[in-house]
Design a protein around this ligand. Structure first.
Ligand code: AMP
Ligand code: MG
Length: 491
């Protein structure tokens, strides 16, 4: 059996300055540890064939499949606010693109597949832990309904990578609507290569924003489109308690997908200042800073696109500022609408925003678990006698005071208790990738070659909104001694 990928590559047809042609470096003994079978089918790939040894060799970068045109993409980026003119895929190789069952073009990329001309001092490899973390969290995000890159497969390479210690090496097959980043535009803009910026924009518009093709001012519209999608994306992150951890411009996708899962994590107790990443010492990418940082990144994109606006500089800057000016309102609308849904409000009344903010403030003060508070609020909406949510608050009386106001408010609406509960449970997850669970899964795999905990966690997280009584423990926050306070990039 041969593995057939129906490649239709478009990025590698762009000018040579956009990438470096480079093949993955073969590894010693690839072993498939996870294939995402439904995703394979969605991509038009045969999961049975991918699960053969030949399939594993492709997913490990040992064999290049027919039709692939492997490249490492060039990009630049602001890392923690500092501009680096050349980053690029230092440990990832784009095999090519396929058109999926919905007609959407998808990149198939190997991450951890060996050095490229962009590797700088890195080894081009990935350790098993970060590969599993990305697999788990990206697929959990997908199941939550949040735009994201996906994970098609994870393989172990049979080789070690040297970090602080020797760790098992792995390769993740990542699927994205593209890997074009804010930093991709910056790469060319920093070189004052206006023609390349234009080429890139002309590639991006039909690919990611087809509705804009043929508009009068397509590059203005492109900026507005990215602003809108990023505003919506970050609102969705906040609404599930997600902290990206490394919102550098090179980790900010033009398509509006969540990309580059490094030291990311979901918060347990609600704390707007929460940071997990070990490398984020200043809290630049703290939970509540994420909207501000997204706008900062979009401003860097705007700077790249100015030269395409066809105006004198001053006028172009004014226009860009106007487009960027939409971000706060777009974000706020999405975030507030999401919060209203989270507390089960169907209509809008004066005072709602304050009521919701009071809940968040009370949660912060009482270290209430973010996910379980909203989920249990849904239980209370269905049955006012269900008062489990109280237990999430250090001082349950604080919750009682708020809940009284909330019950008064919901009584104004015609929906039945059952309707409100169903609506709330459909958007307030019970299962998120809790950090301590992710860590435990990684430890079992790395230390004991045991993937059963990984399989089980992935299975539970595939249905985040559904009660799964046999897996109830996965909903629990960590016990004090299970708390994971820091996450690591693993690079
Ligand atoms: P990241 O922190 O994963 O977003 O990566 C930032 C930059 O460092 C990108 O250009 C990566 O390609 C590069 N990089 C990260 N890890 C490695 C590695 N092990 N080998 C080579 N390049 C790497
Ligand atoms: Mg990155």
């Amino acid at each position: 059996m041969t593995v057939h990928f129906p490649f239709q590559n478009s990025y590698s047809a762009l000018p040579d300055s956009f990438f470096a042609r480079v093949a993955p470096t073969p590894v010693a003994a690839p072993r498939l540890i996870k294939l995402n079978r439904p995703l394979a089918v969605q991509l038009g790939l045969d999961p049975d064939v991918l699960e053969t040894p030949e399939g594993a060799e492709i997913l490990a970068g040992k064999t290049v499949p027919a039709g692939a045109d492997p490249i490492a993409m060039a990009y630049a980026g602001h890392q923690f606010g500092n501009f680096v003119p050349q980053l690029g895929d230092g440990r990832a190789i784009l095999l090519g693109e396929v058109i999926d069952k919905d007609g959407v073009r998808r990149d198939i990329q190997l991450k951890g597949s060996g050095p490229t001309p962009f590797s700088r001092r890195g080894d081009g490899r990935a350790a098993l832990g970060p590969v599993l973390r990305e697999y788990i969290v990206s697929e959990a995000m997908f199941a939550l309904g949040i735009p994201t890159t996906r994970s098609l497969a994870a393989v172990v390479t049979g080789e070690h990578v040297i970090r602080e210690t020797a760790l098992p090496g792995a390769v993740l097959t990542r699927v994205a609507s593209s890997h074009i980043r804010v930093g991709t535009f910056q790469f060319f803009a920093a070189r004052r290569d206006t023609e390349a910026v234009r080429r890139l924009a002309d590639h991006v518009i039909p690919r990611h924003y087809p509705e804009l093709s043929g508009t009068e001012r397509p590059y203005h519209a492109l900026l507005a489109g990215v602003v809108a999608r990023q505003a919506d994306l970050v609102a969705r992150w906040l609404l599930v308690g997600f902290i990206h951890g490394v919102m550098n411009t090179d980790n900010s996708s033009i398509s509006g997908e969540t990309i580059d899962y490094g030291p990311c994590a979901f918060m347990d107790a609600y704390n707007p200042a929460q940071v997990f990443s070990s490398i984020d010492e200043m809290g630049r990418y703290a939970y509540a800073n994420q909207p501000r940082i997204a706008l900062w990144n979009l401003t860097r994109l705007a700077e790249c696109l100015l030269q395409l606006f066809g105006e004198e500089q001053e006028k172009a800057v004014e226009q860009a500022q106007e487009i960027l000016g939409a971000f706060p309102e777009t974000f706020s609308k999405a975030y507030q609408a999401g919060l209203r849904r989270k507390v089960g409000l169907f209509t809008e009344r004066d005072g709602d925003e304050a009521l919701i903010q009071d809940l968040l403030d009370t949660m912060a003060k009482n270290q209430a678990d973010f996910t379980l508070t909203f989920r249990k609020l849904g239980d209370a909406a269905g049955d006012p006698a269900a008062d489990d949510a109280r237990a999430e608050f250090m001082d349950p009386a604080d919750f009682d005071d708020w809940a009284r106001r909330w019950h008064e408010r919901t009584a104004w609406e015609p929906q039945t208790a059952a309707e409100r509960q169903a609506a709330m449970h459909a958007i307030n997850p019970i299962f998120i990738p809790r950090n301590h669970r992710v860590e435990a899964v990684i430890q079992a795999a790395v230390n004991n070659d045991d993937y059963a905990p990984f399989e089980e966690l992935v299975k539970v997280l595939a249905k985040p909104y559904q009660d799964q009584p046999e897996y109830e423990a996965y909903a629990d926050p960590p016990l004090p001694d299970e708390r994971v306070l820091q996450t690591f990039c693993g690079t």
